[in-house]
Design a protein around this ligand. Structure first.
Ligand code: 16G
Ligand code: ZN
Length: 527
């Protein structure tokens, strides 16, 4: 234990800084993160001990944030986000003011979480391509060494690749081989099975946000082979740190709703954007009249749910409970399409992957996506064994069943994964023979507007009903409701951001003009 105090002295906490482990872990300017990284190293060891020595993952990334930021989050044994009840321990350790107080709090977590010191601890870690990454990883390693935690460095990976590796290790290979190559093999082989006799409709152009998704997508594509996967990559400059997420990437597409500048325009062709750690995916295309169309997380979710339903029916697997999990940001038209056209149930959860992931576990096959492009599909263990043991009654059923089986391997079931999701979309479009326009025409998004409102104290904005209704400040929700009632197909909500000191207002209605007006009026109520 003395070693911990000594090692911590090399990683002092910046005076006055207040840290909190939120929906995205710890995330901020990289130059403030040194002490946080050290303490996360301690926490990862504790978490592993608590879980009988299972391997815990640590991912160093700030996703779609600006290049100067960085962040860190823990990955639980099955590849999920850190269990919510442990976020308080992360915050406790991060905010300890002195090395001695840190040691006291470290011992407090031992007691509170019922941890046995003699259990060995195992941790694996990786980082994205940010310039600040190597030094921050070193702080992490200092803590792992000081606490006697066994660890393994996976170098540079996408966030979902690290989640995959963690699950592989803890399932002793049942989920796949715990290496980067194992990841390409599992996903690439499944893709080839699904594309047998099918063809992409021209190449897909991928905007990799100048991040880790670029080199990793190239490796995956190389594994699959040119004959099976036709693609072009743009914004793949990982050697110029300032370009990361700058005027490109999935978040740019979602918030700006236009092509990244400099993108070669080819009307009718498919485009996709990753974010900085390749766990978000957006599709888009340019119409022949030169208009930009975005195919977001909602469109990906509906595409996946409809395809899985088709395959299940064609395999003779009746009674598979498929459901779609969304957040309040899902376009109302997508929810109506899922319920009315696809005849599938939906659940709305608060923002943040952990909430969606958890809800998706309620179905045999739970499709979850945030509108921002983060999502995946979860197949329950019972569903997987039903698929594995089902006997096809005809060659057509056999083909569909093989496809369904391969789909469960193609999809990264630990967390949303831009690479795996992209291949899934390519497969579905090839099977359906759809152009992006045909995909887009399944339903028409209601006009929507997202506004960020600066407030003094966002904590007073408390919500219920999956963030769709405010319970505080008192009376505010009633005033929002009164406004919304004046707009045809109107919907609006205000919620405190989980990642910055602001309130977000979302509105949608029948027309662009009314939607903007509604957003501005709600903003005025909030501000
Ligand atoms: C985090 C979440 C993301 C969510 C976003 C909302 C994870 C891994 N990430 O980035 O899912 O959409 O926060 O941000 O859960 P906001 O609370 O600032 O609107
Ligand atoms: Zn991300």
């Amino acid at each position: 234990m003395a070693g911990i105090v000594e090692a911590s002295a090399q990683h002092p906490k910046p005076e006055g800084a207040l840290f909190s482990y939120g929906t995205a872990g710890f995330r901020m300017k990289a130059n403030l993160l040194d002490s946080v990284m050290f303490r996360v190293g301690l926490l990862a060891g504790l978490r592993s001990k608590r879980l009988g020595g299972q391997t815990i993952g640590v991912m160093v990334t700030a996703s779609h944030n600006v290049p100067e930021d960085n962040g860190v989050k823990l990955v639980d044994p099955m590849g999920e986000m850190l269990e919510a009840s442990w976020e308080q321990y992360a915050t406790l350790l991060a905010n300890s003011t002195t090395d001695e107080e840190l040691l006291e709090n470290y011992e407090l977590v031992f007691k509170k979480a019922n941890i046995r010191a003699d259990v060995p601890a195992n941790v694996v870690y990786a980082r994205d391509t940010r310039e600040s990454g190597p030094a921050l990883v070193q702080s992490l390693v200092d803590a792992l060494n000081a606490a006697g935690t066994k660890s393994q460095d996976y170098g540079i990976l996408t966030t979902p690749q690290l989640h995959y590796v963690v699950r592989c290790i803890n399932t002793k290979g049942a989920y796949g081989e715990p290496t980067e190559e194992g990841y390409y093999r599992k996903i690439g082989d499944a893709y080839r099975v699904l594309m047998k006799g099918k063809h992409q409709n021209g190449p897909i152009t991928i905007d990799a946000a100048n991040g880790v998704g670029a080199p990793k997508m190239k490796k995956l594509a190389e594994y699959i082979g040119k004959d099976h996967f036709d693609y072009k990559i743009i914004n793949d400059d990982v050697d110029t740190p300032s370009k990361l997420n700058h005027n490109c990437g999935a978040d740019y597409i979602k918030t700006q709703q236009r092509m990244p500048p400099g993108t070669p325009v080819q009307p009718g062709a498919r485009y996709a954007s990753f974010d900085g750690d390749a766990d978000r995916l957006m599709y888009f295309y340019i119409d022949f009249d030169n208009t930009f169309h975005m195919l977001d997380g909602d469109k990906i979710a509906t595409l996946a749910a409809s395809f899985i339903g088709d395959l299940a029916r064609a395999s003779g697997l009746n009674g598979l409970r498929i459901g779609v999990v969304q957040t309040a940001y899902a376009n109302g038209a997508s929810t109506a399409y899922i319920q009315k056209s696809l005849q599938l149930p939906t659940i709305c959860t608060p923002t943040g992957v952990k909430h969606l992931h958890h809800a998706a576990l309620k179905y045999d096959c739970g499709v979850y996506f945030e509108a921002n492009g983060h999502g995946t599909v979860l197949f329950s263990p019972a569903c997987l064994s039903t698929i594995a043991s089902h006997e096809a009654q005809s060659p057509a059923q056999k083909t569909a069943l093989d496809s369904l089986q391969a789909l469960t391997d193609l999809i990264n079931q630990t967390v949303g994964d831009a690479l795996s999701d992209l291949l899934m979309v390519e497969v579905i479009l090839a099977h359906k023979g759809w152009s992006p326009k045909e995909w887009d025409s399944t339903y028409t998004d209601l006009p929507n507007r997202l506004v960020r409102v600066e407030v003094n104290d966002r904590t007073i904005f408390q919500t219920t009903d999956a963030e769709r209704k405010l319970v505080s400040p008192e009376g505010l929700q009633e005033r929002i409701d009164a406004l919304v009632g004046k707009y045809k197909l109107g919907r609006a909500f205000a919620r405190a951001s989980g990642t910055e000191n602001a309130v977000r207002v979302y509105s949608e209605s029948q027309t662009r003009g009314e939607t903007d007006e509604l957003a501005m009026k709600v903003r005025d109520l909030v501000a």
